[in-house]
Each structure stands twice: as structure tokens, then as C-alpha cells.
Design a protein around this ligand. Structure first.
Ligand code: UPG
Length: 381
């Protein structure tokens, strides 16, 4: 199957890491078209996945843009759309992995008469998108997409609640390769040493630094935990959240947490660091569409506490495969961290259950089979 994948980002956020895994089986015949250059291109090249940067000027429209801004940037899209139309001529389908990819992909699919698939990684709600952008996404998906893949039931429900067509929407979770997380324990001692956190109960937060990812909630929780509890924040601002990063650093200083918090920036291989942690926390203050880090923690055999909203609730059964606490509740998070530190035997049982469940439910091989089946159905029709 010849697929033209489209993604607006040059940086490897969760949607891009998911796309990397989806594209692997098609590497001999697909092309990934990016709307910006960056380290995501290098990552695709390392995996021998054909990639081309289709636009060099950043596309100005943002998630919160209004109609006038949206229309203005629309005019700038014409050359990009022309390129996508050209590239899609000898492809079986266009696979849009982000919102701007949907806008370009929808128009190109109409002109080139190619089926369009839209992989929806976000919860379409006013917390994340302006009303204009919600209308654009829903209208284009309803009118042009043959299939909308939602990364969780929560994402699917939000899309339908916003007016999206349920009859073209299917839930497909992110897939992972369990073997990738196994037999890497030799790196743990080295990672702990590198972090200078020996003898501490180490809590890890792995995600881009962004207000809704809630790193500040972890800092507040840490302040309430005993002194031997320390934290690493792994990730960087990917999409213009530099003010939040500055704010986090100021908070750490103001709260006297300098010796208990380390900012590690973006790391291309999170596994050794995750394994060096005693607990992984997911602290999003808005419903998380899926939550890759939760599954990665399970596969790394590390206990995980997540915010009880959105897709996270489909990933964790509390007290069986992890713990869920109310989003934005630093007190509940601190209590969960201390409970995990004080009852390691309980955590060990949970970790065993979680690894078995995650290896089965989120196995990349079966997830990619599911996607192949869905795509084959579209091409036949
Ligand atoms: N990560 C790194 N290095 C870092 C920090 C993070 O590789 O330094 C990885 C992390 O391991 C994870 C990914 O980045 O695999 C981030 O995933 P996630 O927080 O789930 O992704 P988002 O960027 O928020 O992307 C969207 C949704 C999210 C969903 C994802 C895939 O918000 O809920 O899981 O798309 O569908």
C-alpha cells in the first residue's frame, strides 16, 4: 500500500512518535511529508522511512487562532497543497496526522481524488482549541475523511460531541514494542549515578513542558512529600511554551526544591531514565487524549500514578495496574507518591499486572494489523 503521510511538526511530540511506529511497515513504499524541518526528520531517516520537508515557512495558524487568522494562513497554503496534490497522484491514500495536515490533506484529497484518513491525537474541546478551529476540524473531517482514527475512546467521544461523524470514527490505541523495554536494566545503575539521586525515592515526569501537562502540580506535590523524595522532569517546551519553562524554574527556586528537582530537557531515549525512577507520574490538568508515557512506564515495569481524566482512565485500572488521582490535585498526588514509597510490595504486584496487560493491549504488531485492516477497507471501497 502506498501512503502519503502528512504531519505539520518538525519536532517529535507524541503524535509524531506514534506516526513513526505506524509508518514502519510501509517504509518501502510510503512518504512522510512534513510541514517543518527538525529532529523528527532525523528520527525518520534513522529508521529508513522516506521523508520530505514540504514547507519551510512555519504555518502561522495556532490551535487558538480565530477565523480571520485562519483564513489569512489558508492563502499561504496554496503552494503546499499543490505539492501534496502532486505527491499523492501515485499514492493509494493520504494520511493526515495533525490538524494542519488535515486542512492541507482534505483539500489535496479532493483535488487528487484520493481517500483521506485523519488520525486524531487530540481531544477536540474548548480547553485546547478555539471554536473556529473546532469547526474547521470537524467540518473537514466529516466532509473529506473516509476514516478518522481516534487514539482513545475519550478522543472519539469528544470528536462526536463536537459534531464529528461517529460512523467514520474508529478507536485505535498507540502501539508499542514490549521487547524494546526489556533487558535494559543494566543501564539503571549508570543512569542513577549520572543523576546523582542515589538513596532518593525518585519520581519521574516525562512529557513536553507545557502548562496542561501539569509539571507545576508535581512541584506542589513534592513540597508536601518527605525530603528524600526527589523528581526528574524529562522533556522540553516543543510548541512555544518557553514562558512556562521559565516559570517552572522560578517555582523550584522559590519552593526551595533545587536539590530535589532536576530538569533534563528532551531525551531521545527515555527508557534508562524511566527505569532509574521508582515511580512515574502523569500530571495533566486537562483530559489526556491517550498518554503514551503511562504505557511506557508499565512496559518499563515502573509503577505509575496518572491524572484521572480522558484516555488515562482507559489505560489504568486503579489499584490493579496503577493509580489514578484527580487532575490538578497536588495533595492527592503527594499522598499517592508517599503510599507507593511506603508500600513497595504493593507496587511490585501492580507493576507485574501492568506489564502483562500493557504488552498485550498495546502491542504494536496487533495495533498495526488493526490499522492495515482499516486502511485496506478504504482502498477497496
Ligand atoms: N518523550 C521523549 N523524550 C522526552 C520527553 C518525552 O521521547 O524527553 C516521549 C515520551 O516518552 C512519549 C512522548 O514523548 O512517548 C510524549 O507522549 P504524550 O505526552 O502522550 O504525547 P503528546 O505530545 O501530548 O501527543 C498527543 C496527545 C497524547 C497522545 C499522543 C499520541 O496529547 O495524549 O498520547 O498524541 O497519540
Amino acid at each position: 500500500m502506498k501512503i502519503l503521510f502528512l504531519d505539520q511538526s518538525g519536532k517529535p511530540g507524541g503524535a509524531e512518535l506514534c506516526l513513526l511506529d505506524i509508518a514502519k511497515p510501509y517504509r518501502d513504499s510510503c512518504l512522510i511529508g512534513l510541514f517543518a524541518d527538525g529532529s523528527f526528520r532525523h528520527l525518520l531517516e534513522q529508521h529508513n522511512i522516506p521523508v520530505e520537508v514540504l514547507a519551510t515557512d512555519p504555518i502561522a495558524v495556532r490551535k487558538e487562532s480565530n477565523l480571520a487568522q485562519g483564513l489569512k494562513s489558508f492563502g499561504n497554503l496554496a503552494p503546499l497543497i499543490a505539492k501534496v496534490v502532486h505527491l499523492s497522484r501515485d499514492r493509494d491514500l493520504i494520511y493526515a496526522n495533525t490538524q494542519k495536515a488535515l486542512v492541507v490533506g482534505a483539500i489535496a484529497s479532493f483535488i487528487a481524488r484520493r481517500p483521506l484518513v485523519y488520525h486524531l491525537h487530540d481531544i477536540i474541546s474548548p480547553e485546547h482549541f478555539s471554536q473556529t478551529n473546532i469547526r474547521i476540524i470537524v467540518t473537514l473531517a466529516n466532509r473529506f475523511a473516509s476514516l478518522v482514527i481516534a487514539n482513545s475512546q475519550a478522543t472519539q467521544a469528544a470528536f462526536i460531541a463536537a459534531g464529528g461523524r461517529g460512523d467514520i470514527t474508529q478507536v485505535v490505541y498507540n502501539g508499542f514494542t514490549p521487547e524494546f523495554y526489556k533487558n535494559r536494566d543494566a543501564d539503571i545503575a549508570q543512569a542513577k549515578q549520572r543523576l546523582g539521586m542515589n538513596g532518593r525515592f525518585l519520581v519521574g515526569q516525562f512529557s513536553r513542558l507545557s502548562p496542561w501537562k501539569g509539571q507545576h502540580i508535581l512541584l506542589q506535590a513534592l513540597k508536601r512529600c518527605p525530603e528524600d523524595v526527589a523528581a526528574i522532569l524529562v522533556g522540553d517546551a516543543l510548541f512555544g511554551e518557553e514562558d512556562y519553562v521559565k516559570d517552572l524554574h522560578e517555582k523550584v527556586a522559590a519552593m526551595g526544591l533545587e536539590n530535589r528537582v532536576k530538569f533534563l530537557g528532551f531525551q531521545s531515549d527515555i527508557v534508562p531514565l524511566m527505569k532509574a525512577c521508582d515511580l512515574v507520574v502523569h500530571t495533566s490538568t486537562a483530559p489526556e487524549p491517550f498518554g503514551r508515557v503511562i504505557v511506557e512506564a508499565m512496559l518499563c515495569k515502573r509503577p505509575v500514578v496518572a491524572a484521572k481524566a480522558g484516555g488515562a482512565m482507559e489505560l489504568i485500572a486503579t489499584n490493579k495496574t496503577g493509580w489514578l488521582v484527580p487532575p490538578g490535585d497536588a495533595i492527592a498526588l503527594a499522598d499517592a507518591i508517599v503510599a507507593c514509597r511506603d508500600r513497595p510490595e504493593n507496587a511490585a504486584t501492580i507493576v507485574r499486572n501492568a506489564e502483562i496487560e500493557a504488552s498485550e493491549r498495546f502491542n504494536l504488531t496487533s495495533i498495526n494489523k488493526q490499522i492495515l485492516q482499516l486502511l485496506s477497507g478504504i482502498i477497496k471501497n
